[in-house]
Design a protein around this ligand. Structure first.
Ligand SMILES: Nc1ncnc2c1ncn2[C@@H]1O[C@H](COP(=O)(O)OP(=O)(O)OP(=O)(O)O)[C@@H](O)[C@H]1O
Length: 250
């Protein structure tokens, strides 16, 4: 890829006591690319995402956004700078509407402490950001629905919409396809394909068929370490990857 990386990860390491959960991982995220990180359970994928979003500190290494070192930046400041994430577990408020959930996400990302008296429904910025995000995620038609009544697939779409409401340039997506049926998976893959033109996407995902369809680049982790990184075709035939992870059916 010739364009400059939007987000760069350089020899990033995280230790939990004696365990090296992420070991000197180096990778780049580019605008217009889906970069999938795959690996067996416990390989360190979520720990990597948690370090990129700022939820946990790195033990060593460097993260840069647009060439600026953000390794020690607090989570909310990274979010403001354009690093958005979705979670493995659903984080929506089930009793609120779809639009309200998105609006809260937008407000959390752009807090206006001096306007605490303002009714949230009147906040033009967060309303506009929420509507835009719902539109991008294909959820405008269910904006008024109570979020808890959505199907599992639509809830995961709402998670992505809530992330979009924070106006990120980098999307860190932790298993967005988990628990989805075939139709829901197709819808989410269509959404990711449309989002990648204007975002750099890091996708952690166990659905290998989906990963090989949507990813432009795949990084394979085993026990915290990257064992291979490349385009899907090269990863598919990589003997080390086949032995360590994919098995003979890929
Ligand atoms: N807070 C923590 N304290 C101690 N060990 C942890 C902590 N978080 C993760 N680990 C350990 O770090 C290793 C990597 O875990 P991580 O959740 O990042 O893997 P993963 O690749 O995301 O797995 P999965 O695919 O199951 O989600 C595991 O051995 C895990 O037990």
């Amino acid at each position: 890829m010739s364009s400059q990386a939007l987000l760069s990860v350089d020899t990033l390491t995280r230790r939990f006591g004696g365990l090296v959960a992420v070991n000197k991982v180096t990778l780049d995220l580019h605008l217009g690319e889906v970069h999938a990180v795959i690996g067996t359970n416990g390989a360190g994928k979520s720990t990597l995402i948690n370090m990129l979003s700022g939820e946990i500190d790195a033990s060593e290494g460097r993260i840069t956004l647009d060439g600026q070192d953000i390794t020690k930046r607090a989570q909310f400041r990274r979010a403001l700078a354009g690093v958005g994430r979705s979670y493995q577990r659903t984080t929506i408020f089930p009793e609120f509407t779809v639009l309200e959930n998105c609006r809260l996400a937008a407000q959390a990302a752009a807090p206006k402490p001096w306007a605490f008296w303002q009714a949230s429904t009147r906040c033009e910025y967060s309303n506009a950001a929420a509507c835009e995000a719902l539109d991008a995620a294909g959820l405008s038609a269910v904006a008024a629905r109570v979020a808890g009544t959505l199907s599992h697939g639509a809830k995961r779409q709402l998670e992505v919409a809530m992330c979009l409401a924070t106006k990120p340039r980098v999307l860190l997506l932790d298993e967005p396809l988990a628990g989805m049926g075939a139709e829901e998976t197709e819808r989410m893959l269509g959404l990711l394909a449309s989002l990648k033109t204007s975002h750099a996407i890091l996708l952690v995902e166990h659905d290998m068929d989906a990963v090989f369809r949507i990813a432009d680049r795949i990084t394979v982790m085993v026990n915290g370490t990257v064992i291979a990184s490349g385009d899907p075709a090269s990863i598919r035939v990589n003997p080390e990857v086949r032995t360590a992870y994919l098995g003979e059916d890929h």
